[in-house]
Design a protein around this ligand. Sequence first.
Ligand code: NAI
Ligand code: MG
Length: 392
Amino acid sequence: MRTIVALPGDGIGKVVLPESIRLLEAAGFKANYVWGDIGWDFWCKEGNALPKRTIDLIAEHKIALFGAITSKPNDEAKKELDPALQDKGFVYFSPIVGLRQHFNLDICIRPCISFKGNPLNFIRKNIDGTYDEPLVNTVIFRQNTEGLYAGVEWTNPSQQVRDALETHPKMKFFKDVPSNEMAVSTRIITNKAAERIIRAAFEHAKIFGYKNVTVCEKPNVLRETSGMMLKLAKEISKEYTGIALWDTNIDAQMMWLTKNPEDYGVIVAENMFGDIISDGFAGLVGGLGFACSANIGETVAVFEPTHGSAPKYEKLNPSIVNPIAMFMSAVMMLEHLGENDIASKIKSAIAQVVEEGKVRTYDMMKIRGGSEAIKNGAASTQQLTDAVIAKL
Ligand code: NAI
Ligand code: MG
């Protein structure tokens, strides 16, 4: 039997992950789950939010379902570290970023697909005062390991770094700025990673019948890095007849997504731009309670909702958060494993619950979250899971 590494993490991750396993089991997915340690507690107790034993588990079993983690700035992280570990040189790093780097999970997939009848769906007002609700069906492919988020950056760059930068003619605009008044980030994109993400986007379009792939960059300004993405996309697109290649600039794309979001099929972008567009599109289909994702490398794949640990709701009992983002992440895992029948069964059960609208978490009710949400008619996380299970 298949083994899945379950990584609940912190806060609401500890709620939505077990609920998704309850759903997977009810839907007939046969697997063993081994539980892995990750997150804030392990930073505080051990000085490591991503212990080696967890990395070993994932390396062994290759597939992980991940809830969410809490990250805090360095000074706060230090204060919460076990007194016995203080001043021993432990430095906090985000364990999800750590996982992406360690296993080179370079392909991030973020589907933003509307459920019919979701009260949080994007609507558009027409000139005659009527409204329409275009159903969005966009899948964002975000390069997950390079670009602006690769972390190659400096505050007060050393002379050596400075000298290297000075070899670029455009550095003349900064030549009088002292290094200690400067911070520098790089945007490194490699051919291999760019090709992998673009190809993955086209393959997805081909398999799932999308008619266009949009490279969303800014090649008119970021001539080298965005230029490389666009050039590769043009080459690769020749292998995919029947799929149009579009290119948009990230800033313009953020405007167009609220005008004609239904036109976009697959979108591919560098790390930061992919992060931005996927949040933008997620807002059109229900926001954080609906935003799912996959991080896929050559050997390991990790599936997670895009939301964080939502500490303000962590202690509520019963829990009020929407587990659908986690459920849809589990569906992505099933599809990755080729369990398409169970995946469709779960998707259609979620779709029915959303469309019927009888059982809704607070976000779908458009009311405030908090301890009064249930009193005000919202379903709890568990009730929503029960409703989905009842539709299987
Ligand atoms: P967050 O995503 O945890 O929560 C922001 C707000 O969104 C919540 O207060 C809540 O109103 C809403 N929300 C989130 N998930 C929801 C759900 N499933 N159902 C209904 N409403 C939901 O982001 P925030 O507050 O900025 O960060 C909290 C912690 O999470 C931080 O420590 C942050 O570093 C971490 N984080 C972790 C991520 C991850 O594990 N991949 C991603 C984003 C943030
Ligand atoms: Mg983001």
